[in-house]
Write a protein that binds this ligand. Structure first.
Ligand SMILES: Nc1ncnc2c1ncn2[C@@H]1O[C@H](COP(=O)(O)OP(=O)(O)OP(=O)(O)O)[C@@H](O)[C@H]1O
Length: 332
């Protein structure tokens, strides 16, 4: 069953430009120059029940704008959206009962009242029965270890404590679909691990569908089999994370640290080998080939230049995504 169905979705914003000088400022008072900019540019996407999808892209790629349209906060310029069988914007009241949203940068808890009062208010808003609330939230509170925080006002919580409470608040009505926009921003490793474990648990237990945007690609590696990569409002990859890794950078990264500076010209030229300088004395070789090729390359380099250190690195998702954006690697 498809939980999210999006077709040719587009969102345009007008960005205004100022004319130069005083005369220009005066003219701006009466008529402004503006350009139309597509923050989301004809994207199509479906997400099935129970999937955990990583939605990633550079700053300004259009991730938040997509989530805002999927949650009914923004209306699309064109295209169609069906989420949980509804039009998020038109069937707003009914729709919000079926989703949970966490925006890492914004709070949905009331600042001055105790956390549990916020939970109670949300319980009323979503008309959750006492029985359902006690059963479900008991488990959420225990797993996220927020029991001791419940009677504290939100303003007295640390960021990590608040984020765990935010997540719990988004789940008061146990929604089948969760949108998480940067849910682990600024959190320490232990809290991140706790949140990831919790998300895995609810996904297994309730088949909760999760759409996650984050700049922390280790979150994506830990949680998402599928990733959607966005660039300037367009989807440039939609598929399995491990295929992205194979697809984007076949092979290995070998890091050569030399005793002194080494020019590009004294490094071997081989087919399927790319060089990238890391700093004055360190070069990274990306090689697409088997172990034999790797060992031949290492011995070749070592014979030509005095070496301080050699490392064969697994290429992280972060590295892959950086290369995709920097080099404009075509993926689709
Ligand atoms: N209300 C708005 N008015 C005008 N332009 C906007 C508005 N909201 C977003 N934009 C523009 O749309 C583009 C996409 O923004 P969006 O916030 O969706 O990016 P993002 O991928 O979530 O980025 P980040 O990782 O920085 O949060 C940006 O160029 C942004 O400046």
């Amino acid at each position: 069953m498809n939980v999210i169905e999006v077709q040719n979705l587009r969102k345009e914003f007008n960005s205004y430009t100022s004319r130069p000088g005083l005369a220009g400022a005066f003219r701006d008072l009466f008529s402004r120059n503006y350009k139309v900019h597509a923050a989301v540019d004809n994207i199509s996407l479906t997400v099935k029940q129970g999937e955990m999808v990583g939605y990633i892209g550079e700053n300004g790629a259009g991730k938040s704008t997509t989530i805002k349209m999927l949650t009914g906060i923004l209306t699309p310029t064109s295209g169609s959206i069906t989420v949980n069988g509804m039009n998020p914007h038109k069937q707003r009241e009914e729709f919000v009962r079926t989703i949970g949203v966490v925006f890492g940068q914004r709070s949905q808890l009331w600042w001055d009242i105790a956390v549990q009062e916020s939970f109670r208010l949300l319980k009323k808003v979503y008309r959750v029965s006492d029985e359902d609330y006690n059963h479900h939230m008991g488990h959420v509170i225990e797993t996220l270890e927020i029991g001791p925080l419940l009677d504290k006002p939100v303003r007295k919580l640390s960021l990590g404590q608040r984020m765990r409470c935010e997540l719990a608040a988004a789940l008061v009505h146990n929604p089948p679909l969760l949108f998480l926009d940067e849910p682990t921003i600024g959190l320490d490793v232990l809290v991140k691990l706790k949140i990831r474990k919790f998300l895995q648990e609810i996904n297994e237990q309730y088949k909760t569908t999760i759409l996650l945007t984050t700049h922390d690609l280790t979150d994506i590696e830990a949680l998402c089999e599928r990733v959607v990569l966005l660039d300037e409002g367009k989807i440039i990859y939609d598929g399995k994370l491990n295929q992205l890794q194979e697809h984007a950078v076949d092979g290995k990264q070998i890091e050569f640290e030399f005793l002194s500076e080494v020019p590009r010209s004294s490094l071997p030229r081989v087919e399927n080998l790319q060089w990238e300088q890391k700093d004055a004395t360190t070069w990274l070789g990306y090689i697409n080939g088997d172990e034999q090729m790797v060992s031949r390359l290492i011995s070749d380099v070592v014979q030509r230049n005095p070496i301080k250190n050699v490392r064969i690195n697994e290429i992280s998702t972060e590295e892959i995504v950086r290369k995709i954006y920097e080099e404009g690697m075509a993926l689709t």
